[in-house]
Every structure is written in C-alpha cells, then in structure tokens.
Design a protein around this ligand. Sequence first.
Ligand SMILES: CCCCC[C@H](S)C(=O)N[C@@H](Cc1ccccc1)C(=O)N[C@@H](C)C(=O)O
Ligand SMILES: [Ca+2]
Ligand SMILES: [Zn+2]
Length: 309
Amino acid sequence: RYDEPTIGSGVGVNGQTKSLNTYLSNGNYYLYDTTKAMNNQIRTYTSNNGTYLPGNYMTDTNNNFNASDQAAGVDAHYYAGLTYDYFYNNHNRNSFDGNGATIASTVHYQSNYNNAFWNGSQMVYGDGDGRTFIELSGALDIVAHEITHAVTTYSADLAYHNQSGALNESFSDVFAIIVEGDTNDWLLGEDVYTPGIYGDALRSMSNPEQYNQPAHMDDYYHSPDTKDGDWGGVHTNSGIPNKAFYHVASDIGFEKSGDIYYKALTQYLTSTSDFEDARVALEQSAIDLYGSGSELQAIKNGFDLVGIG
Ligand SMILES: CCCCC[C@H](S)C(=O)N[C@@H](Cc1ccccc1)C(=O)N[C@@H](C)C(=O)O
Ligand SMILES: [Ca+2]
Ligand SMILES: [Zn+2]
C-alpha cells in the first residue's frame, strides 16, 4: 500500500462543507497538506483537550472529516491553507519563514479555552467556553491573525509589549482583514464570538471604540507591562494603528495597503519599533513601491487622523 496525497472533505465549525488536502498513509487519512510549494507542509493536530503540543495527528478512516470533534481541525487546516496561499500568491513568501516551514496547528487545546496563539513554533486554538467563543479556528481572521504572528517573528519580530507589542497585534489584525478580503468586514472574530449574540465581534478596525479600544493617541491606554496588564495593553492600544489601517485601506484598497504593510513589516520595522517608527516605515514603503503619490498621502492621512505624528 502506497502513501499518497489525497483530497478529502470536511465540515467546519459553522457547518460548511469544504474540500481538504489530506494524506493517505497505512489506511488512515491525515490532515496533512503536501500540495504547497517545495517542502512546505500544513499539518493539523489535536491536543484532545489537553496541553500537549503538537498532540496527535487528526485522522479519519474514510477521508470525510464530518464528525463534530473534527470541525475545529477542518477549519484550522483549511484556513491555514488559505493564509499560506495569500502570502505566497501576493508576496511570494513561502510559508511564515519564507523558506517553506511546516505550518503546524493544534486544536482542542485545554478545555473551554477562550483564545488562540502562536507559541513561537506553531498555532494553537482553544474550543472556547461555548458562550464567549466557540472553536476559535472556525474564523479565518483568527487563523490569519495567528499565522501573521509567525511571519512577524521571522521578520520585524516586534517585542510583545507596549507600543511594539500593540503594533505586533495590529499587523496580525491587518493581515487577518486583508486575508478575509471583504471591504465590508472590518470585524475580528465575529464568526466564532458570542454565538448567542448576532453581529458583535471581539474588535472592530473601523470603530475600535465600539469594543473598548482607543482609536486615537489622546486615548492611549497606559497599562502595566505585565501579563495581567496585557503587556502594556497590546490588545487595547492596537486599536490606534488598526484605525489608521482602516483609513489607509479604505483609501487605496487591500492590495496596495497589503503590499505597503508587508514591505514595512519585512524590511523596515524592528523589534523595538514604536507607533511613530511604524508611520515612517509605512511612508517609506509607500514611496519605494509607488513614489510620492496618493498611496503615500493615504498613509500620512491615516496616521494624522489617529494622532500618530
Ligand atoms: C496566550 C495568551 C495571549 C495570546 C495572544 C494571541 S496572539 C492573540 O492575540 N489571540 C487573539 C485571538 C483572536 C484574534 C482575532 C479575533 C479574535 C480572537 C486575541 O485577540 N486574543 C484576545 C482574546 C486576548 O488575548 O486578549
Ligand atoms: Ca472578520
Ligand atoms: Zn495576537
């Protein structure tokens, strides 16, 4: 019996059926996608509500991943593939390290875990407690958010605290929105956030204040640089550069803003960059790509509007 790439199907967290790149080995089908550029692989595991990482491969006997406990893995796998395709097709980046690194995702991490994260080596997704969140890999913007953290690690490596940390969070939200690619969708987490409440989200790029984030430097949130202080409020102050991005992308679109933000992240920003440095990096990236035209003006305008001078 030969091992070989296969195409299976699965049902995601929100009930949609999707085609999956899987792998047949010894009579079992694995969530193991070998179809991407040279040597890159996308591998999806389950921690079975424990804390072991990466845990066990998620497998199926008939290549139809339609069991309820497989849904989180279906979406983590499928959305990782979409995010891989975005960075490869739009920025010619082969995986998060630019060299075909395996994208490993683990779902069913702990119990009732209302979060998802990049742990420096892989993506990890909780199931949520069923009230605040359902399985977090069920949202493309969350998967793209986490994989962008991996891209950041292998580029600017923005230190995860204070303004550099808020930029780290903001760049993950920026590419989450771009990968979703819907000019009407400025929300983050809406597909898996509060299943009992329609239309809300964890964050909004167009109106950060709606979910208690500042949208201007005048309202910068001074929080302790501790775990309990969210390392200087990185998930709060990200609202300020997020709002700037909303203005920029509303002006020049996701393709041009994506190219400018990608160049800034990978060629100009460093681990200690602050909000002002980000403005300078984005202005320089716009000039490099488009000269001193409307794109540069969009950056200047967006950052002026949020008070980053
Ligand atoms: C381990 C503790 C901290 C992890 C932080 C990760 S990178 C993170 O920022 N996770 C996102 C998940 C997310 C992304 C987009 C939309 C919804 C939810 C996040 O924002 N987590 C919030 C809940 C937080 O940690 O405050
Ligand atoms: Ca969204
Ligand atoms: Zn994050």
